[in-house]
Design a binder for this molecule. Structure first.
Ligand code: TYD
Ligand code: MG
Length: 454
């Protein structure tokens, strides 16, 4: 009989303690311990005699390991391939995180259905086979080689994987899996930790790439212990505003590629559509120019994108002026407003300022600063900026226009979209050959110069 004992786990790092403690000695988090009961089975490994272990593993000289480069699996979806670092690595474990209803199940089912020459096992613990069938009909792709399994017990799932020998496994979701080795409810920290480790073992030993779908808590982290992110090879996150059709797939961690890649999808009535040219949809189609709008040449990962920034500056109706942002950091906006006030003499401290990044995207690239400043000035002075001007530079605290990385990619994108001018930092222009572009590159050194040239 397995003995039941109570253990406390840290929600952040998975550290274990026999009693509740307020401050985790492992990761330093406060008030992160939760109670869980665990069954201690007889076949506990640590209880074995360590003097006479039955050894199967053996050290190998690094030179003898064959480095045959494994071909990555093409997922039949450019955006997903890019986010995975150029295709799926055989035997890897990928965690796909996202808020409920954002489209995680839809994305993976759609990919599974589109891969006709691969056998895919889609394990669902959340929906019944009929519900998945309904979704598949909505997506409207027929595929014989996509198998659906509704099961939550990891031992059974492992058996099915061994029997069917699929090319790819999808687990929807890790929070519904249960392992018989741990005696706590599905979704608890010890269950997530155990089931993820078991799935990792299966993926690595049978060499089958596995996707785990994971839910996200309110504060945006993947529900469950942080060590879940350490166990898996790749963490990708599906995000977006539910009211907009756009969804962004972002790499958070990738052992086999860059971790700053981005894929863009659009949710339609019949599944997700890849957006291979984001600039064209992120720029709203407008004929006449309106004040308060400017276009930023940003870069997400290796991919240049033109994004529209919209600002509204109006006199504050009530005492304290409001500052509000969608898709941009409010603290950064406050800093830019302070720079405009102090270095360029604009009186913005009594104004309400609202800022919006079009398309429901969130931008972290500092190169968007200049476009934000331009949009604010344009709205404040009620002077429109041509929709054929683009901006790409960071703004410093002393009002200087600073250089940004990979300026050539940004200029080339502006050129491709038929922009007239692109405003960049003077320091980015050193050694830059602008003659090959038809877009005019305008170098700036300070905010004052921006005001003048607009
Ligand atoms: P879902 O994939 O179930 O999300 P998750 O697995 O992340 O919880 O999300 C489905 C949402 O997308 C739901 O609100 C319905 C919508 N949807 C479409 O708009 N078109 C479609 O073709 C499908 C399948 C879903
Ligand atoms: Mg789902």
């Amino acid at each position: 009989m397995a003995k039941i004992k109570t253990v406390f786990y840290c929600k952040e790092c998975g550290n274990e303690s026999p009693k509740w403690i307020g401050h985790c000695p492992g990761c330093g988090a406060w008030n992160s311990y939760v109670e869980e009961s665990v069954a201690v089975g007889k076949d506990n490994k640590s209880a074995k005699n360590s003097f006479l272990p039955e050894m199967k593993s053996k050290p190998v000289p690094v030179l003898e390991i064959s480095a045959a480069k494994e071909a990555r699996i093409d997922m039949g979806c450019e955006e997903l391939n890019r986010v995975l670092g150029g295709g799926l690595v055989p035997g890897s474990l990928i965690l796909l995180g996202g808020e409920p209803g954002i489209g995680k199940s839809t994305l993976l089912l759609q990919v599974a259905l589109s891969l006709k020459d691969k056998k895919i096992l889609y394990v669902s613990g959340e929906e019944s086979a009929q519900q998945i069938k309904m979704r598949a009909e909505r997506i409207g792709v027929r595929n014989e080689s996509c198998l659906i399994l509704t099961e939550t017990n990891t031992t059974d799932i492992t058996k099915h994987i061994e029997e069917t020998k699929p090319d790819i496994v999808v687990i929807d979701s890790i929070q519904t899996l249960e392992s018989s080795a741990v005696d706590s409810t599905a979704g608890s920290i010890s269950q997530i930790r155990e089931t993820a480790a078991e799935m990792n073992k299966v993926a690595k030993s049978l060499h089958i790439p596995t996707f785990l779908i994971g839910h996200i808590t309110k504060d945006g982290s993947i529900a469950g212990p942080k060590i879940l992110e350490h166990i898996v090879d790749t963490v990708i996150q599906f995000e977006g505003d539910r009211h907009y059709g756009f969804r962004v797939l972002r790499t958070i961690k990738n052992r086999f590629g860059s971790s700053s890649e981005l894929g863009i999808f659009e949710m339609n009535a019949n599944g997700l559509r890849e957006v291979s040219n984001p600039s064209e949809i992120l720029l709203s189609q407008r004929d006449e120019n309106v004040s308060g709008i400017s276009i930023a040449a940003t870069l997400e990962g290796l991919r240049p994108m033109m994004i529209e920034t919209q600002a509204l500056v109006s006199t504050a109706a009530y005492g304290t002026p409001q500052r509000s942002c969608t898709g941009f950091d409010t603290r950064r906006l406050n800093m830019l407003l302070a720079v405009l006030e102090k270095r360029a003499g604009f009186r913005l401290s009594t104004k309400d300022v609202f800022l919006n990044i079009a398309g429901g995207l969130r931008v972290d690239d500092p190169a968007i600063d200049l476009a934000v400043v331009a949009a604010i000035l344009s709205s404040n002075e009620d002077v429109e900026i041509s929709n054929r001007y683009a901006f790409a530079a960071e703004v410093g605290l002393s009002g200087e226009i600073r250089s940004v990385n990979r300026i050539e990619a940004r200029i080339a994108e502006a050129d491709k979209l038929g922009m007239e001018k692109i405003f960049v930092s003077k320091y980015n222009c050193r050694g830059l050959d602008t003659s090959k572009y038809s877009v005019e590159v305008v170098p700036l050194a300070t905010i004052g110069e921006l005001v003048k040239s607009l």
